[in-house]
Design a protein around this ligand. Structure first.
Ligand SMILES: O=P(O)(O)OC[C@H]1O[C@H](OP(=O)(O)OP(=O)(O)O)[C@H](O)[C@@H]1O
Ligand SMILES: Nc1nc2[nH]cnc2c(=O)[nH]1
Length: 189
């Protein structure tokens, strides 16, 4: 399992965003094209390890969306997207997201107190995005049964867990060392 995913990640180009070493990969960018086998495999692995006793899958725009879609099709559980676009709907909640290379506002809609959710995103790196979201979702009265970051870069998972007390399920841990992606471990090892 995950051999294709590892190969694809190891061959990711690195681009600079200021001082930040940003890897480019189908899972986290949709570029280059995603092999559906790889997406199916990731969905299977999440399916196997996550708590799916949930009401909704919650994806973070943009690169959580295809992962949530694949999981939704495999489980028949509905998904909702935390968007970067403001709708102004009643009950919409705004969250400020800061990453290692940028920031934006995220907007939460159609999530209600008492609902059980799985939160999914492609990458956790500085942890800024997940920390802000987990705190807000908990304040809204949601029960986060699983938090999935398919790719764990550097110390992201530990930072989020320390800051929120919520466990992050990561499928692949990597780092960028000397301009290359180095895979440190996978959940299947
Ligand atoms: O742990 P962090 O440092 O917060 O980084 C993780 C976030 O960075 C990326 O989002 P980005 O804002 O680049 O948006 P995109 O998904 O639209 O590319 C990624 O999809 C995560 O949401
Ligand atoms: N594609 C991609 N997304 C990220 N999100 C946070 N860090 C990264 C990164 O290095 N690459």
């Amino acid at each position: 399992m995950l051999e294709e995913v590892k190969k694809s990640l190891e061959s990711s180009p690195i681009v600079k965003k200021g001082d930040y070493n940003y890897f480019v990969n189908p899972i986290s960018d949709g570029v280059p094209a995603m092999d559906p086998k790889m997406l199916r495999e990731l969905s299977l692995v999440v399916h196997k390890h996550a708590d799916l006793d949930i009401d909704k899958i919650v994806a973070v725009e943009a690169m959580g969306i295809h992962l949530a879609t694949a999981l939704s099709l495999a489980t028949d559980i509905p998904f909702v997207v935390i968007r970067k676009r403001q709708y102004g709907l009643e009950g919409e909640k705004q969250v400020y997201q800061k990453t290692g290379y940028g920031s934006s506002n995220l907007y939460i809609n159609d999530l209600h107190p008492g609902e059980k959710i799985l939160l999914i995103d492609d990458v956790v790196s500085t942890g800024g995005t997940l920390i802000a979201l987990i705190k807000t979702l908990e304040d809204l009265g949601l029960e986060i049964k699983s938090t999935v970051a398919v790719i764990e870069k550097g110390e992201g998972k530990e930072i989020v867990e320390k800051e929120t007390g919520v466990e992050v399920l990561s499928i692949i841990k990597l780092d960028v060392i000397d301009g290359k992606v180095v895979i440190e471990k996978t959940i299947e090892d």
